[in-house]
Design a protein around this ligand. Structure first.
Ligand SMILES: NC(=O)c1ccc[n+]([C@@H]2O[C@H](COP(=O)([O-])OP(=O)(O)OC[C@H]3O[C@@H](n4cnc5c(N)ncnc54)[C@H](O)[C@@H]3O)[C@@H](O)[C@H]2O)c1
Length: 329
């Protein structure tokens, strides 16, 4: 796949470019309005072509695009790439609000190419370990899932048009809600609330299916001193699995477990390796590799489509409406 990287800032140039190389996707050209930065990266990574804008690109000479632009510039560039017939990988968030996502979905429906959203937590090593542990028949389906995702930014809106709450969603909430919905899909949002904090924002969402006896809780915020990520699930068997900071997976067995008498405490199922690689453990490498495989005819597996993000945006939209808040400033 002859691939164009659009946006070579901290994430595009610093993370996705090396992650793409590690995933076997070779980048043939860079696009960035900061031409000096793009040229510097092109020299470092032996990339033959640099453009300051997609207006200068002859899209017929490429098959794919990876987009990592400021939140407010993403949707227009995704629409450009799709209209140009390029298989597109766009970093989250593909659009700054629910209406923008719906418009992109229309573009994608007409385009006849793949459009994948970078939701790296889906493929982070700890989440893969959790999901593979949960596939064992002893646990049964998830009855309760709780995702907590609290970082130290944003404390200011990403653009004058966006509310701080929409910026929180773009940076953190989209990941937290998506991961929770991947673990326990099809829950109806029952309530949500912004929680009072003096720095940044903190939000909570609760969803459930009372008839089925399932419940989902999501907490996300930007008030913390450092990144904190916790996932807890309880399955129908009564087993509790907990993924702490993407680095340790614990299992607290149900009370009827045959080994409880021997040892009633929590067992460590997995711990991150001290020599493990960042692109793999954070999910960036496996996600881009899966995008490459998808374009080559492989399965979509855990990849996020634009459509799969619709319930994520809708859940946050409900929270905004309930609180009298808006996507726009
Ligand atoms: N999944 C993750 O873990 C993760 C982490 C960080 C960022 N991101 C996402 O990646 C995207 C980029 O974030 P970043 O931190 O790299 O931002 P950044 O500001 O560091 O980089 C953005 C780059 O885009 C360039 N640019 C801006 N407008 C442009 C245009 N119209 N045409 C060409 N180039 C343009 C800028 O010059 C800059 O180099 C954001 O949408 C963010 O949400 C995802």
């Amino acid at each position: 796949m002859r691939t164009l990287l659009i946006g070579c800032g901290d994430h595009g140039g610093g993370t996705l470019l090396p992650a793409a190389c590690s995933a076997g996707i070779s980048i043939h050209a860079l696009v960035d309005s900061d031409r000096e930065r793009a040229e510097h990266l092109a020299k470092l990574w032996l990339i033959p072509q640099v453009y300051a804008s997609t207006e200068d690109v002859d899209a017929d000479t490429f098959d794919g695009a990876i987009v990592a632009l400021p939140v407010s510039a993403q949707a227009d560039h995704v629409a450009w790439a799709l209209q140009a017939g390029l298989h597109t990988f766009v970093e989250k968030p593909p659009a700054p609000d629910l209406d923008g996502l719906r418009t992109l979905l229309q573009h994608a429906g007409r385009a006849g190419v793949h459009c994948v959203v970078g939701m790296n937590f889906r493929l982070a090593e700890g989440v893969r370990r959790l999901r593979s542990a949960l596939a064992a028949p002893q646990y049964g389906p998830i009855s309760y899932a709780r995702v907590e995702h609290i970082a130290r930014k944003p404390v200011q809106s990403f653009s004058p048009d966006m509310s701080l709450e929409a910026s929180l969603f773009a940076a953190q909430g989209i990941h937290a809600i998506d991961l929770a919905q991947v673990l326990l899909p099809a829950q109806r949002v029952t309530s949500g609330q912004m929680i009072a904090v003096n720095r940044g924002r903190l939000a909570t969402l609760v969803a459930g299916d009372p008839a089925g006896g399932t419940r989902l809780e999501v907490h996300f915020g930007s008030c913390a001193a450092a990144f904190s990520h916790q996932v807890r699930v309880v399955t129908a068997s009564g087993d509790l699995l907990e993924l702490r900071n993407m680095s340790e997976l614990l299992h607290l067995p149900n009370g009827g477990d045959e080994h409880v008498r021997e040892y009633p405490g929590a067992r460590v199922l997995w711990r991150t390796s001290p020599i493990g690689g960042g692109y793999d453990s954070a999910g960036y490498g496996p996600e881009l590799a899966a995008f490459g495989d998808l374009v080559a005819g492989g399965p979509a597996e855990s990849l996020a489509s634009l459509a799969s993000l619709l319930p994520v945006y809708e859940a946050f939209d409900e929270l905004l409406q309930a609180e009298g808040l808006a996507w726009t400033a």
